[in-house]
Design a protein around this ligand. Structure first.
Ligand SMILES: NC(=O)c1ccc[n+]([C@@H]2O[C@H](COP(=O)([O-])OP(=O)(O)OC[C@H]3O[C@@H](n4cnc5c(N)ncnc54)[C@H](O)[C@@H]3O)[C@@H](O)[C@H]2O)c1
Ligand SMILES: [Zn+2]
Length: 339
C-alpha cells in the first residue's frame, strides 16, 4: 500500500521479521523505548536512543536526546531515523527527523495497535509542552512503515484495547467491512491473531489515508478523524489521564456524539443503537458520565484546544459513514450527557 501524504509518499509493508531490511542501510539512528527495545534484540546498532516509556517522556527533552545522538554520531542529512514503538516514539522520532538538517529520512515501525492502525500514518509529529498535549510539532510523513502484527502479543491489554477503539472509529467513519470483521471475528481479534490484525490494520489505514490524502493539514475533512475525541479528551481531563485510557475515552465519546446527534434530530436512532452495540461488544464502558460531574465535563469541553472562533465543533454522524461537523449548544450537550 502506498499513500500520498502531503509532500511525500508513505509505503506500508507487513513483515514477519526485519532481519534483512536494515543490514544494507548505512547511517541509521534507531529510537526505541525500554519496552520496544526488548522486542528487537537482533537489531544491533551502536547508534540508538532508548527512551523511558510513556506519555510523560513525550517532551522536548526526548527530542533533544535524539538530535544530540544524531549530531554526536555525525549523521548526514541522508541518514535514516527509525522510530520503533508506540505513538509516543513515532511522534518523537518524526519530530526529531523533521528538524535534523531541515529534514532527514524517516521510517517508522509502529509496535502498538494504536500506532499501527492510526498514529504512524498521516505525518503528524509532535510532543507535549508546558502541560499542553501535542502543542509543538510538525507535519512530516514517514517514507515507510513496517508493521509486524506478532509484536502485539506482548502489548498490555489496556493498550491493545486503546487501539481497537480507533479501529472501531474508522469502521464508523467509513468502512462497514471493519464492523463486519469486528462482529464475526471477535475471538480471533481478542487473541490478537496476526492475520485478522493485518486485515483490520490494513482497512484502518485505508480509512485514515483516505481522509489524510485529501486534507493533509487538517483544514476540513481530516477533522472527521476526531470522532468521539472532543468528548473523549474531556473525560480524560476530568479523570486525570490515568484511570480511563485514551481508547476507553474515545469509545465513550463516540456514544456521546451519537446521543448528541439524536438530540439534534440528525442521527438515525437505529444506527446509534447499532454503533453502541459494537462499543459494548468489546467491553467498553458507555456510562462514565453517570458517575462524573457533568459540569466538569462541560467545562473541560470548553477548554478543548480544537476551539474555533470561540466555539467547539463536534464530529457527529447521521448514520454509518455519514459524518458532519457542527457547533453544539450547551443545553444540547448537557442533555446528551444526562441521557
Ligand atoms: N501522530 C498522530 O497522528 C497520532 C495519532 C494518534 C495518537 N498519537 C499519539 O500517540 C500516543 C499514544 O500512542 P500509544 O497508545 O501507542 O502509546 P505509547 O507509545 O505510550 O505505548 C504504550 C505503551 O506500550 C509499550 N509498548 C509499545 N509496544 C509494545 C509491544 N509491542 N509490547 C509491549 N509493550 C509495548 C510502550 O513502551 C508504552 O509503555 C499519544 O501521545 C498520542 O498523542 C499520535
Ligand atoms: Zn485517538
Amino acid at each position: 500500500m502506498e499513500y500520498s501524504i502531503g509532500p511525500g509518499k508513505t509505503a506500508v509493508y507487513f513483515r514477519g521479521s526485519l532481519a534483512d531490511i536494515f543490514e544494507s542501510y548505512q547511517n541509521v539512528l534507531f529510537v526505541f523505548d525500554e519496552n520496544t527495545r526488548k522486542l528487537f534484540p537482533d537489531i544491533s546498532s551502536s547508534v540508538s536512543v532508548v527512551l523511558t516509556p510513556g506519555e510523560n517522556e513525550k517532551n522536548w527533552n526526548s527530542v533533544n536526546k535524539i538530535i544530540e545522538k544524531a549530531v554526536k554520531s555525525g549523521l548526514a542529512r541522508d541518514s535514516l531515523f527509525v522510530g520503533v514503538g508506540g505513538g509516543v516514539v513515532c511522534d518523537l522520532t518524526g519530530a526529531a527527523a523533521s528538524l535534523y538538517m531541515r529534514g532527514s529520512r524517516l521510517v517508522l515501525i509502529p509496535t502498538t495497535l494504536l500506532a499501527m492502525a492510526d498514529a504512524a500514518l498521516g505525518g503528524k509529529t509532535g510532543f507535549d509542552y508546558q502541560g499542553y498535549k501535542n502543542i509543538v510539532g510538525t507535519f512530516y510523513p514517514a517514507e515507510t512503515l513496517y508493521i509486524l502484527p506478532e509484536v502485539l502479543l506482548s502489548l498490555p491489554e489496556r493498550e491493545y484495547r486503546s487501539g481497537l477503539a480507533e479501529i472501531i472509529k474508522h469502521g464508523f467513519l467509513k468502512d462497514r467491512k471493519i464492523l463486519n470483521i469486528l462482529e464475526r471475528k471477535k475471538g480471533l481479534i481478542l487473541k490478537r491473531d496476526a492475520a485478522v490484525i493485518k486485515d483490520l490494520v490494513t482497512r484502518s489505514l485505508e480509512v485514515k489515508g483516505w481522509f489524510v490524502e485529501q486534507d493533509f493539514k487538517e483544514k476540513n475533512i481530516r477533522r472527521y478523524l476526531n470522532l468521539g475525541h472532543t468528548f473523549g479528551h474531556a473525560l480524560e481531563t476530568v479523570t486525570g489521564f490515568s484511570t480511563v485510557s485514551h481508547g476507553e475515552a474515545v469509545a465513550w465519546g463516540m456514544v456521546m456524539a451519537l446521543k448528541t446527534g439524536i438530540m439534534l434530530q440528525e442521527t438515525d436512532e437505529s444506527w446509534a443503537k447499532e454503533a453502541e452495540g459494537f462499543i459494548k461488544m468489546y467491553g467498553y464502558d458507555t456510562d462514565y458520565h453517570k458517575n462524573i460531574s457533568i459540569d466538569e465535563l462541560l467545562a473541560a469541553i470548553q477548554h478543548d484546544k480544537k476551539k474555533k472562533k470561540g466555539e467547539v465543533r463536534f464530529v457527529l454522524q447521521r448514520g454509518q459513514g455519514d459524518n458532519f461537523i457542527t457547533p453544539v449548544d450547551h443545553d444540547i450537550l448537557r442533555a446528551a450527557l444526562s441521557a
